[in-house]
Design a protein around this ligand. Structure first.
Ligand code: ADP
Ligand code: MG
Length: 729
């Protein structure tokens, strides 16, 4: 027997109908990309000339002529109508980190007659009422309008719901002054910056055939699933996405029996539907498995062009959430929904590809390929070392603070894992001496002459404690939070690598101009750069306390909380770099800094309000009720002449002491919250005060209430407990 509401939740869950086996009648070939206006659809629906022009827009980012836009819009409309769409929307990614849309129908009236219309103008440009999206001060309310512009590099798609179908057009979102108001615009600009810098580097290395370069990303997504019955009884989960209270369950993840364990039929049915929905949208999700924590799972796609995989990750999160409800689940994307249980991240696998489809981080087979690999690797190492603080900034959210450095996720110190063999190669390049026996080859490494030994790619060799690991032919940025958009991490990654490529190309060119051979110039430059930046390479255990000491000795920055990191967005050097590569202006950097501080403070304030309400209106009342029961039962025992009541009285006193502690903590939190609100006029000041006073006060209240949970009569406790949420479905 438990609290009536909790009891009925368990009852409902236990009596849920078994999941229906999925319908496998339709052909996967037909399903995949069914709802995407992709190149194949364009070819079918467009005149040859328009198709060619559009293809070039997509591949090279050239602009679309207005008359072609009309043709494309018309083809898109016909295609969408055939699939039952009645409305269209410009789908965009405001700085909230979510997606937004405003629906318009195709309906038009002319001379009293109804027409279905969709013009090139409507396709290319939209005007959402944008005044309620954060702009970080970029847009005074009198000029509150912004506009959305079609991004042809990301295909339009149809979203089906039970309530009808909508044609979604991926767009960038800008103010009338041309400032980016979204997460997509800077990402697109950073891809262009990387394209330019990488192309130039390839030319320096003698590659004349590559036409363009683009970054690629595959984002592995972790999430929790709990039964929706429990979710609806947790106001903290509803308001903040994480549990603000909850004592540790007797069985946590100590047994590690969940990781890669078999997936329950109910969860499997859910995953299956998620995959089908995503396949229809052309999202190439491929793998699924249990994660470390109980009720934690992962879904991973095949990598794509960064702009597309970023959209696709947003869609993945949306579909994970929506399909969960149909299966009686709630999908939790928060970085730390449960204290004491592993958090969720998003592993951002990143690399660069040439127009010819060659991966620039693939260790090559020939001396030329080897040289190219080493140069792009060196540029990335330099970028991550020099801009570690900026990279740290890209993952700075209130949610991720619970996860980074919590002995289950990479520390907030940014370092690079290369693995033993590649590290030996780097050492050899620095010292100019032969690689050790581990390198598998004797002789010095001469760029342009030597080849690399095959590098192992098995998972065991991988360091899971590193925030930035080389995994065979790509880097895996593992510190990204599970709920965040991957736009910003990739915008920064692309830009800092572009900057490094620029500096390194300058140096090689200068040496060549002074008469050094190309091979020699590359060799010397790489040697110098690696020497300077090798401190960022670390192959050991990133969770250990020794690493924190060692990192400090090496002078690597450690920004433990989001508030420490956010300001890195608008330092002088950062702004200069973003401006040099035309990714972000100073105004845009400043506004984004503001938005991030605001988002942090808002998250902490909502958590504080939610904790205060829950503690005072639900948890403490349960404790008071139990106190009365206990007092009454001691009184009753005394009345019948029971003698040894000392233990019972001690328990009552213990309870009273814990209640008192909780009341004290509640008062402190209320005061801290009020005081922090008085700083709300400055985003940074507000965030700082929240971090310094509200966060510790919330934690103290949680500890006091969790200790009550372990004492108070189970029947009286109003919130579903950890063991129920994590183990019953
Ligand atoms: P593992 O983590 O076991 O190495 P995978 O090889 O499946 O797993 O890769 C993990 C993710 O990395 C997948 O999403 C995969 O598509 C992506 N990935 C692989 N190669 C690249 C690449 N060149 N660029 C970006 N992402 C990549
Ligand atoms: Mg991984």
């Amino acid at each position: 027997m438990s609290h009536p509401a909790r009891h009925s939740a368990v009852h409902t869950i236990v009596n849920r109908a078994a999941p229906k086996p999925p319908e496998l009648r339709d052909d996967l070939h037909e399903l995949y990309g069914k709802n995407v206006f992709d190149l194949a659809q364009m070819r079918e629906h467009l005149p040859e000339r328009a198709y060619r022009a559009l293809e070039s827009c997509i591949e090279r980012g050239t602009e679309l002529e207005p008359e072609l836009a009309d043709l494309v819009a018309n083809a898109m409309k016909e295609w969408a109508l055939e699939r039952g769409a009645t409305h269209f929307t410009h789908w965009f990614q405001p700085m909230t980190g979510l997606t937004a849309e405003k629906h318009d129908s195709f309906l038009a009236i002319e001379d009293g007659r109804m027409l279905l219309e969709f013009s090139g103008k409507q396709l290319v440009k939209g005007e959402p009422d944008a005044s309620s999206f954060p702009s970080g001060g970029l847009r005074a309310t009198f000029e509150a309008r912004g506009y959305t512009a079609w991004d042809p590099t990301s295909p339009a798609f149809i979203r089906e719901t039970a309530m009808g179908a909508t044609l979604c057009i991926p767009t960038a979102f800008c103010s009338w002054t041309g400032d980016a108001l979204d997460k997509k615009t800077p990402l697109l600009r950073s891809c262009e910056a990387l394209n330019k810098a990488a192309l130039r580097m390839l030319k320096v290395l003698g590659d004349e055939k590559t036409e363009y370069v683009y970054p690629t990303v595959g984002a592995e997504q972790e999430y929790f699933l709990i039964d929706r019955e429990f979710y609806l009884q947790r106001p903290d989960l509803i308001a903040t996405g994480r549990t603000l209270f909850g004592a540790q369950p007797p069985k946590g993840q100590q047994l590690e029996d969940h990781y890669f364990g078999s997936i329950s039929p109910r969860v499997l049915a859910y995953m299956h539907e998620v995959e089908r929905e995503l396949w229809k949208l052309g999202v190439p999700v491929k793998t699924r498995h249990n994660e470390v924590a109980p009720s934690q799972f992962e879904i991973a796609p095949i990598f794509e062009r960064t702009t597309v995989s970023t959209d696709h990750n947003m869609l993945t999160m949306e579909v994970l959430r929506q399909v969960a409800q149909r299966h009686g689940f709630q999908c939790l994307l928060h970085e730390k929904p449960f204290a004491g249980v592993n958090g969720s991240g998003k592993h951002n696998n990143w690399s660069m590809s040439t127009s010819g489809g060659e991966n620039l981080l693939e260790p090559g087979h020939t001396p030329d390929e080897n040289m190219r690999f080493i140069v792009f690797l060196t540029a990335t190492i330099r970028a991550v070392d020099l801009h570690a603080e900026l990279l740290r900034m890209t993952i700075a959210t209130a949610g991720n603070d619970h996860r980074l450095g919590a002995n289950e996720a990479p520390p907030a110190i940014i370092s690079i894992y290369l693995g033993e063999q590649l590290s030996a190669v780097v050492d050899a390049l620095i010292t100019g001496e032969p690689r050790g026996s581990k390198g598998g080859e004797s002789g010095t490494m001469k760029l342009g002459v030597s080849t690399l030994p095959p590098l192992p790619r098995d998972a065991t060799d991988r360091n899971r404690t590193s925030p930035f690991a080389f995994t065979g032919n790509k880097f895996e940025f593992r510190a990204v939070g599970s709920s965040q958009s991957i736009s910003q991490p990739n915008t920064v990654l692309n830009t800092i690598v572009a900057e490094s490529l620029r500096i390194i190309a300058d140096e090689i060119e200068a040496k060549v101009a002074a008469g050094t051979s190309r091979e020699q110039a590359v060799q010397q430059t790489v040697q110098g750069v690696l020497q300077k930046h090798q401190r960022v390479i670390f192959n050991g255990n990133g969770y250990s306390s020794e690493w924190h000491e060692e990192a400090a000795k090496r002078g690597l920055p450690n920004l433990p909380t989001a508030v420490d990191a956010i300001g890195q967005f608008s330092t002088e050097e950062t702004v200069a770099m973003f401006e040099r590569h035309a990714v972000l202006s100073k105004r845009e950097c400043d506004s984004r800094t503001n938005v991030m501080f605001e988002a942090y403070a808002k998250a902490i304030s909502i958590e504080a309000q939610s904790a205060i309400t829950l503690a005072s209106s639900a948890l403490l009342p349960a404790a008071f009720r139990f106190q009365r029961e206990l007092a009454e039962s001691i009184e009753a025992a005394r009345r019948v002449g029971a003698k040894s009541l000392a233990r019972q009285e001690k328990r009552l006193q213990d309870l009273a002491a814990r209640i008192d502690q909780a009341l004290g903590a509640l008062e402190t939190l209320e005061q801290a919250y009020e005081a922090a609100e008085s700083h709300a006029d400055s985003a940074e000041g507000h965030a700082r005060t929240c971090r310094n006073t509200v966060v510790p006060a919330s934690l103290a209240l949680r500890e006091a209430c969790d200790s009550l949970e372990t004492l108070v009569d189970n029947d009286l406790w109003p919130l579903p407990k950890y063991e129920e949420m994590l183990f019953i479905h």
